[in-house]
Write a protein of this length. Structure first.
Lengths: 128, 128
């Protein structure tokens, strides 16, 4: 769906939604919350504030339905999805994407990716 | 922030986030949850499924910080914000925006709007 010419200006320059959905232990899809998404989102929100990045908002969200790849975040209006494992990943997204307007290629999800194994080589596993 | 040429195709054609944040009774800003946002979001999700609208997702989200205008929803990647009061409002957004690709002008929020009074004439109050 494309923007109409008369649409109002964006309310946020960048609007980040971090999945913080939790599923019970042992669920076959896993869940972002069980992989530490809330801690990552809280860190991102706090760091964005400390860095005084203007025009951005870092929200939690319900299940984004890419659980197998989680913790996942999506940045709108660009619609760029990231698999985020560590605070260092968050720092890189803040600097490279939200401040510099670029992309963190190694953490980006492609539409066709549905399995954790497809991104494991790029993304690595959480350190903390 | 604009899309880069090499960005992946969107994962969802339209991604709706409905604020379902709750604040205690009597909070000066009010909250979307206290004005029935969860019921509206659940209805929207169920109706989108019944209508078999493809490529859309209807998520709940934490505080979108436009509490005074709530219940609010935002549709990305367009970044169109709506004040939603009734199931009929939801039906209209589903049909006019998500199916037909248009805009429900009477429910749209503009970036400069911050007070409930500014939209009251257009939006009306919830019937249920």
């Amino acid at each position: 769906m494309t923007a109409a010419a008369a649409d109002p200006a964006p309310y946020y320059r960048a609007h980040v939604f971090a999945c913080t959905n939790a599923r019970p232990e042992g669920h076959p899809r896993g869940s972002c919350a069980r992989r530490g998404s809330e801690k990552l989102r809280n860190y991102m929100k706090a760091r964005a504030k400390e860095l005084k990045i203007e025009g951005v908002r870092i929200n939690n969200a319900g299940c984004l339905d890419r659980c197998e790849l989680g913790p996942v975040m999506v940045v709108y209006p660009e619609g760029i999805w990231y698999a985020v494992r560590t605070f260092a990943d968050v720092d890189e997204i803040l600097q490279t994407h939200l401040i510099d307007g670029g992309r963190v290629e190694r953490l980006m999800l492609r539409p066709e990716e549905t399995e954790r194994e497809q991104i494991a080589g790029r993304v690595g596993e959480a350190a903390e």
